[in-house]
Each structure stands twice: as structure tokens, then as C-alpha cells.
Design a protein around this ligand. Sequence first.
Ligand code: USQ
Length: 392
Amino acid sequence: MGGRSALPVASIKERLDTFESVYGARLHLVQGDLTDKDVVYRLFEEVRPEAIVHLGECPSAPYSMIDADHAIWVQRNNIEGTMNVLYAMRDLAPESHLVKLGTMGEYGTPNLDIPEGFFEVEYRGRRDRLPFPRQAGSWYHWSKVHDSNNVMFACRIFGLRATDVMQGVVYGTRFFGNAADHPADPALHTRLDFDQAFGTALNRFSCQSVIGEPLTLFGLGNQRRGFLPICDSMQCLALAVDNPPQAGDYRVFNQFEETYTISELAAKVATVASEMGLDPRIRRIENPRKEMEEHHYNPDHDHLLALGYQPTRDMESELRAMLEDLLPHHDRIAARREVLLPDIRWDGSRRKSGFLDGSNGTGDAGIEDPPFGERGKRDAGAEAGVSNSGIH
Ligand code: USQ
């Protein structure tokens, strides 16, 4: 996507060595492609895992929306990799526990509260407990839905056990142990992307604040999502591993801390950035996606709390820590500032989004009013017909 990690990522050897010196354990690394069944089977033969935390998928909605080749690659990569893991579990580690990363986006934005995976339905006088309908918003999110169905079916027919984690949008730079309070050894940093495809909203807003670019709200900015910092994402995965389900059980965790609208988040980043002496500006741009910009959003998230999950820190302190970690890399980010404005559109075209106030990015501080008077309209950004003026 022409981007790069805002934080430099050390070589794999350096990362393994540093991990060992900080945490006293040598990690065993095997490099291979999960879509290669032989690779997965060899790995299972060697390791005979008790638990598998499967994060090995393409995570990007926009990337999957570029064109047919990208859509098909994302679906094949994600679905085939998981199928190989499921069959390797059946054949070589049937007692093991799969912790599989799904996404809150599988549910979409229905006009109902969202349960954790399943709900009770009454229809024509009969009742059943059924999977809650999935209404994903990108080919990537649909790949996760298909994964969920496959994992659920494998549990039923192979007697496997799995936790399907419907994770919200992750942000932050500090993820190890007591990371919340201490910056990680720089050699342990993981990627932090800020381009349109692999950068998530809060990570992008933080990078934009650091280099003085506007924080880009897509459309109205009233889309609501669940968020959690990366250190708590790690905590939740560890809780799932430590508390496996019974054989044959397929369980679903909704994994997020709080829900916020994207405008609320941008305002939080702007507040923290201002306190740190930066000069953030929030601006609306045409929404390149087709998504509801005003909607009900009230997902349950009780399962992890019942296992003892405790959010470790509030969003403001996480944002402050993130900005502290990013500021020294101002030049690295600034050198790729052109990747910040999105041009991958859900209608298949490729055109950079314009600012919705029609100016050239030098507007006032704060959030401009949307130039169209139809708040609440679905896909408002896509329909606003805003000209291309204001593109960097
Ligand atoms: N958004 C903006 N401005 C930006 C970037 C995004 O307003 O500069 C908006 C988007 O329109 C969307 C929301 O923020 O409404 C979230 O977008 P995102 O890019 O942060 O997250 P998303 O595409 O939903 O995907 C991310 C991860 C994905 C994960 C998902 C969890 O990339 O791997 O599955 O978050 S969830 O959103 O709950 O489905």
C-alpha cells in the first residue's frame, strides 16, 4: 500500500533474542504459509500443540475491496489457512484448543443488540438457539464469517474445541506484560501501520496528529465500533487459552472494551495531542466505504469479563503512551504522508477522497459541520458527490 510501519520493526533474530533476554524464554519460530497444508501438518507433527492462537490472516477490509484479485486472494488466504489448521487439529492434535481471531465486523450493524455469537429465536411458535446473523461489510469481513462457520462446523463434526474471538478495533503500541506503563524495548515493537488499508482508525489518527495532518473522519463520523488497546487484546487471548472450552464446544467471545463513535475517538486523540503540544485538526472526508454512518450498536461482551478480564487502562493514557512512542518517529511517518488519504472505494473505483468542506486542508481547528444537510442518511459520504478539491 506504499506505507510502512510507523515504528521501526527489528529483524526477527533481534526480536527473538530480545524477547529471551527480557522474558527468559526462547520462542520457537517456524516460517511458513498456512495455506500450504504440508507446512501446517509438519508444524503440528513437530509441536503437537495444546493451544493454537490463530492470528495468521489478512486483516484489511479496504485491501479486500480493491478488485477481484484482492478479494479472491483475501478469501482464499484466510479461509484455506483456517481449514488447514482445522484438519491438522483433527488429525494430529484433536485435544488442542483453537483460539481464532474473528472480528466484531462479522455482525455488521443490525438494528438489534448483538449477543455473543448465538441468540434465542422464536419463529412460528418454535424456539431455537441459533448463530446470530452475520452481515459483514467487506470481503475481508465476510472471510471471517466463512471462517466462523467452518470452525463451528469442525467443532460439531470433529469434536474440536474452539474460541472464536469477535475482536473490535485494536490500537496502541504497548502490548507486553506490564506494557501499559512502560514502553517496550524498541526491539519488541510490532508493526503500526497508518496507510488506508492496514492502519486502523485510532492508529491513523495518532500518526496524523504527530505529523500535523488532519485527522480523517470518514463521512459523518458517527459510525460506532468497539475498541480495545493491544495490551488488553493480549490479555484476552491469554484468558481464552487458560480457560479452554469442552471438547466439541464452539464458543464466541465479543472482545472489546468500550464502544465509541469515530468522531468521539478523533476528539479524544485531538485532546491528548493538544495537551502534548501538538496542533491536531479533525476534518471530514468523503467516506470511501459503503457503511451505515448512523446506527444502533449495543453488543454484549460478558464472556471475557466472567473469566476475569479487567481492562488495564483508560483510553486517554493509552493514547498518550502511543503518542509518546510515535513522536520520535515523526520523520518516518511524514515521509509517507501521501498514504493517509484513502482512495480504495467500496464501489470499486480508485479515487482519493476529498475533504467535505471543499478546502485544501488548511481549515479551522475542530470538526467542521458536514456540508450536506442530511444527517442520518446511510452511506452519506459515498453519496455526497463532493468534488476532489482539497486533495493533497
Ligand atoms: N475510519 C475513519 N477514518 C479513518 C479510518 C477509518 O473514519 O481514517 C472509520 C471507518 O470508516 C470505519 C471505522 O473508522 O467506520 C473503523 O475503521 P478501521 O479501518 O479502523 O477498522 P476496520 O476496517 O473495521 O478494520 C479493523 C481491522 C480489522 C478488524 C476490525 C474490527 O483492520 O482487522 O477486523 O477493525 S471491527 O471494526 O470491529 O470489525
